[in-house]
Design a protein around this ligand. Structure first.
Ligand code: ZN
Ligand code: ZN
Ligand code: FE
Length: 335
């Protein structure tokens, strides 16, 4: 075994931890054999959804640092978990095509993992996410998500918490509940809703086809979803993903993240939601986080969000048509 280091280095300029891991030699996957299909060495048989440990984790329980802290150069072991959730035994597909029951099992798996990982005293935050598409660097096509369990609350969540808490204190209501009611009043950017979730392209979208899915009830994390809400979340995910895959004549790459409150802070003001970030800005153009976006964290949006919402609405109706002709019973309504 060669030396492997997994450490956190503090960036004092932006006040954020960077997760650093040195290259490790791993057992290579057998060429052409999917490691997530049933019967692979790590998967076995007789499952519908499966959590595995990532074979090349950035965070690990036995993390070792390559050096010690020096002055303002802080170093800590990158303690944590990197897991893979194989969403279905089917080798191909996306969240709109895997069987609805598998989708429910998938959400229940995320709930179970969130609970378990949060119960580790050193874990502060659990983030499930899904990267899809070669453009986003995903090499394995077998439908899967990942979960990172971090020993700190990540900066973006801290920013959301700060703003939600401020709004809660100043206005006596939840920021996301407020956004939901504004969006439902205006309707122009709302795409789809069912009893428990609403999907819309936010007024303040940063990515051209960004879509947020908010729980309609004020709740803080995956663990608080009841059975009906799990079903409705599965439905919302299926419908939004199908909308994306019917936007152009190809399966749309995207990132999907689950934003929930941290493990060890009660944060009653925090409102559970999902965010989808597709990276296209047109059929054949990508939107990059380029100079101004990455160098300044100032996003430019090259059309009106309402125009992009209209495109998504058209894609949504194509998607819904396909879903129902495939026999799926849609639970909510398009707007
Ligand atoms: Zn496979
Ligand atoms: Zn709320
Ligand atoms: Fe968020």
């Amino acid at each position: 075994m060669d030396e492997a280091y997994n450490e956190l280095r503090w960036n004092p300029l932006i006040g954020a931890w960077i997760v650093v891991s040195s290259k490790r030699r791993g057992r290579p996957w057998r060429e052409g054999v999917c490691p997530f299909c049933p019967g692979a060495p790590e998967t076995g048989f007789n499952w519908r959804v499966l959590s595995l440990n990532n074979r090349f984790p950035a965070l690990r329980l036995d993390a070792r640092t390559s050096r010690s802290s020096r002055d303002i150069y802080l170093v800590k072991p990158a303690y944590g978990y990197c897991k893979v959730v194989v969403e279905t035994p089917e080798h191909q597909g996306d969240l709109d095509s895997i069987p609805f029951n598998d989708l429910k099992l998938y959400i229940n798996e995320l709930i179970k993992e969130t609970r378990e990982l949060c119960s580790d005293p050193n874990i502060q935050y659990v983030m499930p996410f899904r990267n899809k598409g070669e453009e986003i660097g995903v090499s394995l096509i077998h439908p899967h998500s990942q979960i990172y369990a971090l020993p700190f609350i990540p900066p973006r969540i801290q920013v959301e918490m700060r703003n939600m808490e401020k709004f809660w204190k100043e206005r006596g209501e939840c920021l996301l509940c407020k956004i939901l009611s504004l969006e439902m009043n205006e309707r122009e950017r709302v795409l789809y809703f069912n009893d428990s979730f609403t999907a819309f392209l936010p007024f303040f979208a940063m990515w051209p086809y960004e879509v947020h899915v908010y729980a309609r009830r004020h709740l803080g994390c995956l663990c608080e979803l009841d059975e009906k809400e799990v079903e409705d979340l599965a439905d919302a995910i299926k419908v939004v993903t199908s909308m994306y895959n019917n936007l152009f004549d190809f399966s749309l790459p995207y990132m999907l993240v689950f934003h929930q409150r941290p493990c060890k802070v009660s944060a009653d003001y925090y409102h559970f939601h999902l965010e989808y970030y597709p990276i296209h800005r047109d059929r054949d153009k990508l939107k990059f986080a380029a100079g101004i976006e990455w160098g300044a964290w100032t996003f430019t949006y090259d059309s009106l969000p309402e125009e992009k919402a209209a495109e998504l609405k058209a894609a949504l109706s194509r998607g819904l048509e396909k879903l129902s002709s495939s026999g799926y019973r849609i639970k909510g309504k398009a707007i």
